[in-house]
Design a binder for this molecule. Structure first.
Ligand code: KIV
Ligand code: ZN
Length: 504
């Protein structure tokens, strides 16, 4: 089988940084560039050197310090831009200058106010000028997807003749669709006589959410370089996402027969985290490949499938993109299989009856709390394992509290088989509850220690209360957990009472 490498041109530091709110300082850019080199990208477009002294310096710093990939600087088709780009990329062992000029009627008429002949002349002159500085020159007819086909072919042919080794076809405003974009690339291959002398590149924006699809359609029709960004960052809705393109080519090798990239996919997740951290742009949880939920399974049916055989619901191995493993999210949709499997992983060995009880507790908690973490399970299991025969059990409680009223608690409990109710005020709601319980049992407890901590993260976290209570001169500890801290406090107190009733 004939194999073809797809060159990955990363523009996270140039187009990606054009994402509103995502600006990076030199140190951050260098750190990202070093990670991109480890990731295995072929070309790093490090910036637009003429745009600011800071951009110039960061491209130059990257050119000096990052070995391996080609280091590229962007330039308009102007000598001063090309000079700046050259000055910045020169220290690299493999410098590239990327010149661009808009070729669509809309851009020529409203933005540049120039006619086709002049655009053609400027594009040729810019490529020749860049070529006099470096041997590796790329040209982009900006807004190519909205450019008249005949004129696009003419420009592409002319810039290749002038020395461009790569012609990049941008879908600048993310307007194209896969069938149309494939046709544009095929059209260039069929109608530009000297096209064999250049690499066809594509650069797709994501305004219609089609950046990756358009890029992949182009690959199947002759493009051999793809311009993309980590996490799909970029101007407006962003650029085609690097990780999605790379993993689509790899995962669907039946469709992308013989195509490969040199990306070390195991570095994808780390690169994504770094870019997100340094740009301050969060990755949406359901983002393909790198989102927190990309390998997380919540539905009981899916969890059961994945636990039996991963490929039932996973088309990629999480480890292949640098995730540790698939995540079984325990929540209200989870079934016994996932629950037992997680306990096994935590090293918990319960008897069948205890497991069933713990599963019941888990389901109750899952109704109140979105995600059940390992620490929640430990608290549930702790309760199950520490269970003592229940002489006293909570049925209901109501409290009123505030800074202008006396805290009051009404408690209904089952005590020695009978339902009983009592009411009390107290210094605070917990004190009121404990006094109300004491009234029912007739055994006043002296609270010697009270501690509360949040078992897990988030507003719906499980609170765990530990108490030490003295009954008739003897000390008993108790523990209780709930998403409601008053309920956790009551459970902890009752746990101590039950211990007293059993061994006291
Ligand atoms: O989107 C675009 O057209 C660009 C060019 C500079 C390649 O970013
Ligand atoms: Zn762009």
């Amino acid at each position: 089988m004939k194999t073809s490498k797809i060159t990955i041109f990363d523009t996270t530091l140039r187009d990606g940084e054009q994402c509103p709110g995502a600006s990076l300082n030199i140190k951050a850019k260098l750190e990202i560039a070093k990670q991109l080199a480890i990731l295995g990208v072929d070309i790093i477009e490090a910036g637009f050197p003429v745009s600011s002294p800071g951009d110039f310096e960061s491209v130059k710093t990257i050119a000096r310090n990052v070995k391996g990939p080609i280091i590229c600087g962007l330039a308009r088709s102007l000598e001063k831009d090309i000079d700046a780009a050259y000055g910045a990329v020169k220290p690299s062992a493999r410098p590239r200058i990327h010149v661009f000029l808009a070729t669509s009627k809309i851009h020529m008429k409203y933005k540049l106010k120039k006619a086709e002949d002049e655009i053609l002349r400027l594009a040729i002159a810019a490529v020749k000028y860049a070529k006099s500085k470096v041997s590796d020159v790329e040209f982009s007819p900006e807004d190519a997807s909205r450019t008249e086909r005949a004129f696009l072919y003419k420009v592409v042919e002319a810039v290749i003749a002038a020395g461009a080794g790569t012609v990049n076809i941008p879908d600048t405003v993310g307007y194209s669709t896969p069938f149309e974009f494939a046709d544009i690339i095929r059209g260039i291959r069929d109608n530009v006589p000297n096209i064999e002398r250049a690499v066809i590149s594509v650069h797709c924006h994501n305004d219609l959410g089609l950046g990756v699809s358009n890029s992949l359609a182009a690959v199947l029709n002759g493009a051999r370089q793809v311009e993309c960004t980590v996490n799909g960052l970029g101007e407006r809705a962003g650029n085609a996402s690097l990780e999605e393109i790379v993993m689509a080519i790899r995962t669907r090798s039946d469709i992308f027969k013989g195509f490969y990239t040199d990306i070390n996919t195991k570095e994808i997740y780390k690169s994504s985290r770094l870019v997100s951290k340094l740009t301050g742009m969060p990755v949406q949880p359901n983002k393909a490949i790198v989102g927190a939920n990309a390998f997380a399974h919540e539905s009981g049916i899916h969890q059961d499938g994945v636990l039996k055989e991963r490929i039932t619901y996973e088309i990629m191995k999480p480890e292949d993109v640098g995730f540790e493993e698939s995540k079984i999210v325990l929540g209200k949709h989870s079934g016994r299989h996932a629950f037992y499997a997680r306990l096994k992983k935590l090293g918990v060995d319960l008897k069948k009856a205890e497991l069933d009880k713990a599963f019941e507790r888990f389901k109750e908690l899952a109704d109140k709390k979105k995600e059940i973490f390992d620490e929640d399970l430990e608290a549930i299991i702790g309760e199950e394992m520490l269970k003592v025969p229940e002489k006293i059990r909570l049925v209901h409680f109501d409290i009123t509290s505030g800074d202008r009223i006396k805290p009051t608690a009404r408690i209904t409990i089952k005590y020695s088989g009978k339902i009983m109710e009592s009411c009390s005020t107290g210094d605070g709601p917990v004190d009121a509850c404990y006094k109300a319980i004491d009234r029912i049992t007739g055994i006043p407890g002296k609270l010697m220690d009270y501690q509360i901590h949040s078992v897990t993260r988030g507003k719906d976290a499980l609170g765990e209360v530990s108490v030490k209570v003295e009954f008739k001169g003897k000390m008993f500890s108790g523990r209780g957990a709930s998403t409601d801290i008053i309920e956790a406090s009551i459970k902890a107190y009752m746990n101590a009472i039950n211990k007293h009733a059993t061994c006291g």
